[in-house]
Every structure is written in structure tokens, then in C-alpha cells.
Design a protein around this ligand. Structure first.
Ligand code: E4P
Length: 217
């Protein structure tokens, strides 16, 4: 499964990318607001040091303006993926932008039927929001399973990008449900590496190794 980082904080991204395990980056208007930075400037800066997909979201609600904004965003760098909301206008914009060769990430997906429409419109990625469904008392992971089943039956090539991830368990469950990618907040990404038994086992190994008095280098 591909790992994307869900942040617009450049310093955090650089640290994550240095792991060599990051395949993409997603931003959204809330994350840009949180960064306190100029939108186009921060996307350009990310694309400078990271060559995987970088999602940048349009702000308009009507298709013609979304398309115009998408064209501007796509011109920032070749690895920009234009992000559009899953609305009727958003899918009209998806069709036009993807026909023009832009990668499009359709965001704010909450049903499998919405995901099917996004695939028909030519989306490169569909972003089902797991955590926000869980918050409402639903099981967000059911949505990933349903989308996987529909995409497999009809051989849709749109990639399932599990979003609104809140925990390592979400990452595991999304992987098991067949998500192609997951976009993960940096603290959750950092937590993926950790297990108390790894720490304890390492401590024990180091203690026993020190007892041998040997060196490798
Ligand atoms: C995805 O592209 C979104 O940026 C993100 O995953 C939303 O997550 P949230 O529900 O934690 O805001």
C-alpha cells in the first residue's frame, strides 16, 4: 500500500520523506490555513523536494471556476494532483481536468456510489474519509471494502486513497480492505514504526551484545 502524508507543514514533511517510505502528500484548505502560509507557495516548495503526487485542492464550488483553478494548480509542478470535492460540479471538473491529462484526487467521499461516479469521471484517486464516518457512529472501513468490491467488479483503475486516518489500526484495516494508498497525519505515521516489544527486545539484545565485548566496526 502506498503511504501519503496528510499535512502542509514543510518541516514535518521533510522528516517524513527522509524515511524513504512516502509515496505522496495530501493537503486541504484546513491544513493550508493551519500552516499559515501562501497556498501556491507552499505547494511549489513541497514539489521542489518531493516528486511524488502532491494534492492541492480547488476552492471554487462551480465547475468552470474549479477547472480554471485546477489548471493553475496543475501548472505549479508536474507532480501536482488537483483535488476536487465530490459534488456534481466537482465531477464535471474531474472529467475535464483528467481528459486534459491532469491527475485528479476526488475528496470528501462518503458513499460507495459517490466513489463509483468519481471513477466514471476519470478520477486518479478517490478519498473516502474513514475517521469522519467513525465519528458519526458508522464503520468507515466498510466504505473502503465496498469501494474495493465495486472497483474490482468493473475494473475501475481509480486508486482508493483512504483518508481521515486517525490511528495505526486504521492504516492496518485500510491495507487489509484493499486500499491502494492511505493518507496519514504525521503523528500517526511516526506511530507506525513503534511497538513496545520492539523497544524491549532491542534493549535486551543491546545488553547481551555489550556483554560479548565485540564490535562490528
Ligand atoms: C484527505 O485528503 C484529507 O486531507 C484528510 O485526510 C482529512 O482528515 P480529517 O478528517 O482528519 O480532517
Amino acid at each position: 500500500m502506498q503511504i501519503f502524508l496528510d499535512t502542509a507543514e514543510v518541516a514535518l514533511l521533510k522528516a517524513g520523506v527522509a524515511s524513504g517510505l512516502v509515496d505522496g502528500v495530501t493537503t486541504n484548505p484546513s491544513l493550508i490555513a493551519k500552516s499559515g502560509r501562501d497556498f501556491k507557495e507552499v505547494i511549489a516548495e513541497i514539489c521542489d523536494f518531493f516528486k511524488g503526487s502532491v494534492s492541492a485542492e480547488v476552492a471554487a464550488l462551480d465547475a468552470p471556476t474549479m477547472i480554471a483553478e485546477g489548471r493553475v494548480l496543475a501548472k505549479i509542478a508536474p507532480n501536482v494532483t488537483v483535488k476536487v470535492p465530490l459534488t456534481r460540479d466537482g465531477l464535471i471538473a474531474t472529467k475535464t481536468l483528467s481528459d486534459e491529462g491532469a491527475e485528479v484526487n476526488v475528496t470528501l467521499c462518503f458513499t460507495a456510489v459517490q466513489a463509483m461516479l468519481a471513477a466514471k469521471a476519470g478520477a486518479t484517486y478517490i478519498s473516502p474519509f474513514i475517521g469522519r464516518l467513525d465519528d458519526m457512529g458508522f464503520n468507515g472501513m466498510d466504505l473502503i471494502e465496498e469501494i474495493r468490491a465495486i472497483y474490482d467488479i468493473y475494473d475501475f483503475r481509480t486508486k482508493i486513497l483512504a483518508a481521515s486516518i486517525r490511528s495505526p489500526q486504521h492504516v492496518r484495516d485500510a491495507a487489509l480492505a484493499g486500499a491502494d494508498c492511505a493518507t496519514i497525519p504525521v503523528p500517526v505515521f511516526d506511530a507506525l514504526f513503534k511497538h513496545p516489544l520492539t523497544d524491549k527486545g532491542l534493549q535486551d539484545f543491546l545488553k547481551d551484545w555489550a556483554g560479548t565485548g565485540q564490535k562490528i566496526l
